[in-house]
Design a protein around this ligand. Sequence first.
Ligand code: HEM
Length: 170
Amino acid sequence: MPNTQDGEPRGFIDPIKQLPEFYDTESRVAVLGHPIHAMSVAFPIALTFTLLGADLLYWWTGDAFWARAGVWSAGGGFLLGLVAGLSGTAELLLVAGIRARTAAWSHFILAVLLLALLGVNWGYRLSDYEAVVLPYGLLLSIFCVIMVSVTGWHGGKLVFDYRLGAKKGS
Ligand code: HEM
């Protein structure tokens, strides 16, 4: 049976799409119409990649500077990730059309896993930041980069494929 333009089997009615609020997806957590979540996610994403870079440079040079850079990147990534997570969660709970979509909840689950990994990575480094880099600090950073890539890519899908948080075209 051929699919409709939406990719659904012909004759299939998605009950979620029938909800009157399904297309109410405009951002409510925004400054002058610019969503705070989209503005804040850049920081944890960049710091997570910086963290892996610092660990690799520590492995290569043995210079304690890079181990210290790792602690700060992990801490900054985690704390700014919480800020991004708070704005994302507010958006998820406040906007009915976002709350109704499974994809938004999948993004939430991925993001919480990422934040847990960043928190563990930071906490692990707080005692002897140099000794913990090899091998487990580095391994944790590799997991963090994988998770931030998946979460960020998926967040982009929410905006570019489903137009969540975007203004309606005029
Ligand atoms: C913890 C709870 C989180 C929730 C509930 C959440 C929810 C959302 C929602 C609803 C959107 C669609 C745009 C909007 O409405 O603002 C979005 C976009 C996005 N999210 Fe999250 N998010 C969370 C955490 C994170 C984290 C920790 C990251 C990465 C560090 C992240 C990365 C992204 C990215 C890259 C976008 C696309 C932004 C754009 O291109 O405009 N999210 N998120």
